[in-house]
Design a protein around this ligand. Sequence first.
Ligand SMILES: [Zn+2]
Length: 252
Amino acid sequence: MASTAGGHARICLGCWDQMKMPIPIRGPFAIPFRAFGITRSKMNPNICTICERSFRRVKKQQHITAAATILFADIRGFTELSDRINPAILGEIVSTFHDQCAQAIWAHDGIVNKQMGDGLMAIFNFPIRTERHAAAAIAAAIDIQRRCVEVLERLGSRGGELPDKAIGVGVGIHSGDVEIGEFSSFRSDFTAIGGTVNLTSRLESQAAAGEILVSAEAAAAAPDLVADAETRSLTLKGIEHPVSACVLRMHA
Ligand SMILES: [Zn+2]
């Protein structure tokens, strides 16, 4: 594992972990690569754009199955907030949210794979490998909550008429096999799809402001981090049986 746990890597950690290929992304050796359009990825500054664009060609496969932990996060009550708050401040809240989440995710070697308005999806254990990927995602989520609570409350308080409850972030985390690849003919970046991803998204939709909902599978892989957590049984849309999740609550 080439991970520097959020530090500044000289070579792409993804290319190294996946293919043992040293692709320079910082320093003088990175300059000729830049001429060929190989630069640092926006998904994580410690991986390169080969990991995004040439994934299929390098792997010679349309997609692969990989064990990963998926994290979804969004700003709870955002729609309600949008109607009440000055659009400039709203924009600031969203960009601050994305910045803070990215810092937390990168610090634990995850990638910000998708950003969707007031929400995002992160992948842990691909392309940067980390054996304790569930623990990495949970640690990132705790970090997200810590960072966002302070910043969002400060920003929100400048917006005037706030909803009764404070602005907060909800997070869902689940581990399992995902299909990773390029699933669009006009977008060349990779993503993860499958049941694990769907369940994570549904979990996240049930998380209240300040909550991290961790699936039983992810919790089992990181028992030390969820030791004091309450367990909640959830009925999730499109999933037949109730799903049990550990609830980490960062603040009252
Ligand atoms: Zn790379």
